[in-house]
Design a protein around this ligand. Structure first.
Ligand code: FAD
Length: 375
């Protein structure tokens, strides 16, 4: 078992760490305050080859492993979880099904998405169907030479700026889920205004309505009823990446906490000299190190094509819970300054909440881990 990064992974880590430190971190506060999609930075992330990291070279990607991809996600998230969330959506769920099942026309969108020239989102969640994906009501009527798509989706990341969606729906001839490609310029696609959110406010999110949208037959991605099986192909990676997003924001908070504990003086000493603060910092270090290593472990199982369903759920559950606890402890160490909007601590705390929800809530993951244990 090898716990060292190889040369390529080291290089990826450095590239994204430098980019994040120099270009993302200085803009993170404005991205949050403006609540606008960070288009310029998003394009720069595209220039770094991030959107194609998990795709083969002959498809226009850079064909890197899941450990490298996790490193890049962590470092982007350390700079801004808003930017990282939008970029991860583009590089994984937003494009995977186009790559896997698209014909030449659909692949044209995919190729442009790898450069950040087109933006993709995924529409699964509905007002009455979140964790219970099978409860969705969006319907695709099967006609002779086309489909008619109708339904209401919500919480669609990047929807206000998207060029296309991957939409989960049920056809009228099958009870299982199917997946459709839907360019946003089609008649009947209505994108609602951005949802006001607690955190990741630069990763814009909105409702989307499909009102009898006519889709040609080639916009079905995969088989009728094949949606669940197709989703399983990237489910582990989605969870590992949500874990990596959580580690990124936790790293940012932890570094601020260490620095503050060394420099903030009370009772004539740096607060880090007080045992209560020092023990808190030690707990945070333990949480961060163990969660980070577990995310890499799950990523390396993925790279070796070994079973990883349970491990990816543990990685996501543990990393997101640790990240939220680390951000909370950081806020306590900063005390009043952790409560002030001019310091980033409050943003870390707000942003980290997202990682508890995306990729499956802790409760749903816990239930599924239990199933993997045969319970
Ligand atoms: C910032 C953000 C971005 C998002 N982006 C997207 C996106 O791009 N595309 C998309 O399709 N969706 C997106 N989502 C939606 C997300 O996937 C859902 O919010 C998530 O699946 C949970 O669904 P819900 O919010 O409806 O909660 P519910 O499913 O209504 O859950 C409510 C509570 O009940 C618990 N619960 C539910 N079922 C069970 C059960 N069986 N046992 C025990 N507890 C249970 C949950 O854990 C939770 O605590 C996004 C959400 C957020 C916050």
């Amino acid at each position: 078992m090898d716990f060292q990064l190889n040369d390529i992974q080291e290089m990826i880590q450095k590239t994204f760490q430098d980019f994040s430190e120099k270009e993302v971190k200085p803009q993170a506060e404005a991205i949050d305050a403006n609540k606008e999609f960070p288009m310029e930075l998003f394009k720069k992330v595209g220039d770094l080859g991030f959107f194609g990291m998990r795709y083969p070279k002959d498809a226009g990607g850079t064909e890197l492993d899941v450990v490298s991809y996790s490193l890049a996600v962590m470092k982007l998230a350390k700079g801004s979880l808003s930017l990282a969330a939008a970029c991860t959506m583009q590089s994984l769920m937003g494009t995977f099904f186009l790559y896997k099942f698209g014909d030449d026309e659909v692949k044209g969108y995919f190729k442009q998405a790898l450069d950040g020239e087109k933006i993709g989102g995924i529409c699964m969640t509905e007002p009455d169907a979140g964790s219970d994906l099978f409860g969705i009501r969006t319907k695709a009527k099967v006609m002779d030479d086309h489909y008619i798509l109708s339904g209401q989706k919500t919480w669609v990341t990047s929807a206000p700026v998207a060029d296309f969606f991957t939409v989960f729906a049920k056809t009228d001839n099958h009870e299982k889920l199917s997946i459709f490609f839907v360019p946003t310029h089609l008649n009947g696609v209505h994108i609602g205004k951005s949802i006001e959110k607690l955190g990741v406010r630069g990763s814009v999110t909105s409702e989307v309505a499909f009102d009898e949208v006519k889709l040609p037959k080639n916009y079905l991605l995969g088989e009728i009823g094949g949606g669940t099986e197709s989703m399983k192909e990237i489910l582990a990676e989605i969870r590992i990446m949500t874990g990596a997003l959580a580690i990124g924001v936790a790293e940012a908070a932890f570094e601020e906490a260490v620095e503050y504990a060394k420099t903030r003086k009370q009772f004539g000493r740096p607060i880090g000299k007080f045992q209560a603060v020092r023990l808190k910092m030690a707990d945070m270090a333990v949480q961060l190190e163990t969660a980070r290593h577990y995310v890499f472990y799950a990523a390396s199982l993925s790279d070796q094509n070994l079973p990883r369903q349970k491990e990816s759920m543990i990685a996501k559950l543990y990393a997101s819970e640790c990240a939220n606890d680390i951000c909370d402890k950081t806020s306590r160490i900063f005390a009043s300054y952790g409560y002030a909007m001019e310091y980033p601590i409050q943003r870390f705390l707000r942003d980290a909440r997202f990682t508890l929800i995306g990729g499956g809530t802790s409760e749903i993951l816990g239930i599924n881990i239990g199933k993997e244990l045969g319970l």
